[in-house]
Design a protein around this ligand. Structure first.
Ligand SMILES: Nc1nc2c(ncn2[C@@H]2O[C@H](COP(=O)(O)OP(=O)(O)OP(=O)(O)O)[C@@H](O)[C@H]2O)c(=O)[nH]1
Ligand SMILES: Nc1nc2c(ncn2[C@@H]2O[C@H](COP(=O)(O)OP(=O)(O)OP(=O)(O)O)[C@@H](O)[C@H]2O)c(=O)[nH]1
Ligand SMILES: [Mg+2]
Ligand SMILES: [Mg+2]
Lengths: 277, 292
């Protein structure tokens, strides 16, 4: 890309490929390249060496607007409902967050509200032991709302700082499962006004454009207040968050960079954009 | 949909007499955009367009009264033939017990798919044996054992601190003396760029010589599908692919990316969370889904 004397169509096409292969999406990529083309026409940009930087700055502006670390001090307990489609990393991200809060000296309670998937409760229990926090659970197959109700009661009784609720993976296209989520949210709000204080959507960085459809559907169903992007330690770039930020304006909280309890970072727009291309 | 978009493009071209090279260029660009929006990899989409360019410039399209329809037919046929092909059945022949390894990225659906395949094979009068060789994920062994209980399918019980290679060896020898004809091995999710873990899979392969190595891949995977599938294939020369979570609304362009880059057949698709949600792969249905 570098080493060219001027910014021509070939160069812009090369950048288009880099953007699209980062999963930023066709429309977003075209719009960004068009903006660069305009800048070149208006003589605001003529050095190919600066083109990449200019693009990064424009993308950074979109992401910086949503760069907003999660502040859990606003309520006791501060209730976080974790949602997302199957296999994206909800349970593991909860373990990482719990560990992080414990390291900050906060008390954390976990709720095993995935009562459907085989060994989901056991998985969260093991993480709870490793992070040093209790897990409220019922029998496998029981009503997730009942688990959430008990967890809320327990969190209030024990004066816990943070309650994190793990839910079953669910495709946003399944109306009955989205209804189950809305019910969980209603039960929470009834027991503790303002709860959940954060509805965190977990997105997998390897997911393509479907992530946008996931974000839209979950936002519609449960008013998502934050996003965590997992598996950025792979080769996928997670460019989908650019379109999601631009369109849906949902705060970007965390990125997951591995399978261990310490593999969680607060979202940083600059670092993200520099890794994008 | 592709039909609507091509109809719009061709409408603009009506009344210009013969379709020009530039006209076809615009039309092909439209098709490429549809593929990219469906998550087909950038390079794969480009190659696909090149492959149909000659046919698109043929008399069939240029002289047709309904060029959009002709072109869509060509695109659909080409896409279906690329996605389909030979060898989409499981290799079930060979000295018993035969074994199958399920590999892929974290969270793609391997453990659940092993359960589904065990049910599928049991219903075909086989006697499958499931092997939980994931010792790193919390409760992974428990997860597969619970599926085994649900299905009444025997499942290996790893001893404390048994590593994946030993688990596989012991499980296969046990299957050999216990009337189990097919061994299904669930492995830990791993990154294709994790050299140590990819080597672990290669070692298991060289030791137990499986009949099938199946890449379990998520249908909603984006541009990265070529990197993942390419690397797994390079290291393991896999036999096929199972595409999961097809019950969602992801267009599934990853299917074309994976097939194009590995040449390996997609054998099954996962269509739900329950253990009966496994279907044989139909290339024509996948083609229509990708084209929207
Ligand atoms: N490499 C990597 N793997 C991750 C990351 N986050 C989670 N995983 C892995 O992804 C897999 C799925 O994680 P889970 O936490 O079980 O995902 P989930 O969303 O709770 O899954 P369901 O409850 O089944 O929907 C596990 O193997 C995790 O170790 C990450 O940031 N990087
Ligand atoms: N909707 C749907 N969910 C699926 C399908 N296949 C698997 N899942 C779900 O996807 C999630 C992950 O499945 P697992 O079988 O745990 O995935 P895995 O590849 O074994 O995960 P790791 O062992 O952590 O790498 C679970 O919630 C499954 O129920 C499918 O075809 N459709
Ligand atoms: Mg989970
Ligand atoms: Mg598994």
């Amino acid at each position: 890309v570098l080493g060219k004397k001027n910014i021509d169509d070939d160069l812009l096409e090369e950048l288009e490929e880099i953007l699209i292969t980062s999963d930023i999406g066709v429309q977003t990529a075209f719009r960004l390249i068009e903006d660069m083309r305009e800048k070149v026409k208006r003589k605001e940009l003529d050095d190919p060496g600066l083109l990449k930087k200019c693009l990064q700055e424009e993308i950074m502006e979109i992401l910086k607007a949503e760069e907003s670390p999660l502040d859990v001090t606003g309520s006791v307990p501060f209730v976080i409902l974790v949602v997302g489609v199957n296999g994206v990393g909800k349970t593991t991200t909860i373990a990482k967050m719990a560990n992080g809060f414990k390291e900050q000296g906060k008390s954390v309670l976990l709720a095993a509200a995935d009562t459907f998937r085989a060994a989901a409760i056991e998985q969260l229990e093991i993480w709870g032991q490793r992070a040093g926090c209790k897990v409220i659970k019922h029998q496998s197959g029981s009503d997730p709302s009942a688990v959430v109700f008990d967890a809320l009661k327990a969190a209030q009784a024990r004066g816990v700082d943070v309650l994190i609720v793990d839910t079953a993976g669910r495709l946003h296209t399944k109306a009955n499962l989205m209804e189950e989520l809305k019910k969980i949210q209603r039960i929470m709000g009834r027991e503790l006004p303002d709860a959940p204080h954060e509805v965190l959507l977990i997105l997998d960085a390897t997911t393509g454009q479907n992530a946008i459809s996931q974000a839209k559907s979950f936002k519609e169903a449960t008013n998502i207040t934050g996003i965590a992007l997992t598996k950025l330690d792979g080769t996928a770039k997670g460019g989908v968050v650019v379109g999601i930020s631009h369109e849906l304006k949902i705060p970007l909280r965390y990125v997951g960079i591995g399978e261990g309890m310490d593999d969680l970072r607060v979202f940083n727009a600059k670092e993200f954009v520099e890794a994008l291309f | 949909s592709l039909t609507e978009r091509l109809n719009t493009v061709f409408k603009k071209l009506r009344g210009h007499g013969k379709l020009s090279e530039q006209n076809i260029k615009d039309v092909l660009r439209e098709i490429r955009l549809v593929l990219l929006e469906a998550d087909v990899n950038f390079r794969v989409a480009k190659d696909f367009i090149e492959a149909i360019r000659v046919k698109a410039l043929g008399k069939e399209v240029l002289n047709s009264l309904t060029p959009a329809q002709q072109l869509i037919k060509i695109v659909n046929t080409e896409l279906t033939s690329l996605l389909g092909g030979e060898n989409s059945q499981l290799k079930l022949s060979g000295r018993r017990p035969i074994s199958m390894m399920f590999v892929g990225l974290q969270g793609s659906g391997k453990t659940t798919t092993v359960g589904k395949l065990a049910k599928f094979l049991k219903e075909k009068s086989h006697n499958p044996y499931m092997v939980p060789a994931d010792v790193s994920r919390p409760a992974a062994i428990d997860q597969l054992q619970k599926l085994g209980q649900q299905l009444k399918v025997d499942t290996y019980e790893p001893k404390q601190d048994e590593n994946p290679l030993v688990i596989c060896k012991n499980a296969v020898s046990f299957a050999g003396v216990s009337a189990h004809d097919i061994v299904l091995i669930d492995t830990a999710g791993r990154l294709h760029i994790d050299e140590e873990l990819m080597q672990e899979l290669q070692t298991i392969k060289e030791t137990i010589l499986p009949n099938e190595i199946l890449l379990v891949a998520d249908a909603m995977t984006g541009q990265d599908a070529v990197n993942v599938a390419g690397k797994f294939n390079e290291m393991l020369d896999m036999d096929g692919v199972i595409l999961t979570k097809m019950d969602g609304d992801a267009r599934g362009g990853a299917a074309l990316s994976i097939k194009a880059v590995t040449g390996k057949p997609i054998k099954f698709v996962g269509t739900g969370e329950h253990l009966d949600a496994l279907e044989v792969f139909f290339p024509d249905r996948m083609a229509s889904r990708i084209l929207g």
